[in-house]
Design a binder for this molecule. Structure first.
Ligand SMILES: N[C@@H](CCC(=O)N[C@@H](CS)C(=O)NCC(=O)O)C(=O)O
Length: 229
């Protein structure tokens, strides 16, 4: 039905953005294909690509009607909007604003920090003072801790373990896609044990058949390459 351009079709290489889109599509009952001709830093710097996608980043998404969308969160939103019957987007303004809230939270407070740390560990950020890398890591863990408090409270009050209302929404898919990126490495066993409620929530979303069909068995990290000080 529609296709994405992405270099992130390998979950081991940190495919959180593509996986968020594919899991949304699975729940929305829409077929989205990954364009195999995409080559990162070749395709996305070409004039033809830039004309369609001025941001020049992956993932990028082309609809069947020839519309072009960048940013993983915007692409997932589009797919959810095209499937109102899926319930992925709440119908009320507050619910829709909360989806934006959770997408922003995971993109900036979790992924922004995690990706900076991964980039620094991989030597991609130049000379970064270790104390600054630590600060970013601590911020990513702090975001996880906040989610843990939320899900502990929901459990104590017998509320459903979803971010919005009593069913899975795009907010859950977005947040879990970012958390998985953390659980694959920096959110290691010691952190998983310290924040069990958000871990349980993540596993429950990953167990939804459509989501599992996209993610398969997620491998949770045992030991982080960085210690929290
Ligand atoms: N906020 C964007 C970030 C996308 C992004 O940073 N993409 C990187 C690859 S992971 C990219 O395409 N960078 C351009 C390049 O490396 O040429 C999203 O969530 O989709």
């Amino acid at each position: 039905m529609k296709k994405i351009f992405t270099h992130e079709n390998n979950p081991l290489a940190g495919a959180h953005r593509a996986l968020r889109i594919l899991a949304t599509a699975a729940l929305a009952n829409k077929t989205v294909t990954i364009d195999p001709s995409y080559t990162h830093r070749t395709t996305n710097v070409s004039p033809e690509f830039r004309e369609k996608f001025p941001i020049g980043q992956a993932p990028a998404f082309e609809t069947l009607d020839g519309e072009y969308i960048s940013e993983g969160s915007a692409i997932a939103l589009y797919i959810a909007l095209k499937s109102p019957e899926s319930g992925l987007l709440p119908s009320d303004p507050v619910g829709q604003a909360l989806v934006a809230q959770w997408q922003g939270f995971i993109d900036f407070s979790v992924l922004g920090n995690l990706i900076f740390v991964y980039g620094s560990l991989g030597g991609h950020n130049g000379e970064v003072p270790p104390v600054y890398v630590q600060k970013k890591y601590a911020a990513a863990v702090d975001a996880l801790a906040k989610l843990d408090v939320l899900f502990a409270r929901k459990e104590a009050q017998n509320e459903p373990a979803f971010l919005i209302g009593d069913r899975v929404t795009l907010a859950d898919i977005a947040v879990v896609s970012g958390l998985v990126r953390g659980y694959q490495s920096l959110y290691d066993k010691s952190i998983q044990e310290k924040y069990p409620h958000v871990m349980k929530y993540t596993k429950s979303i990953l167990a939804i058949p459509e989501v599992k069909g996209v993610y398969g068995e997620v491998k949770f990290a045992e030991v982080s390459p960085l210690k929290l000080v």
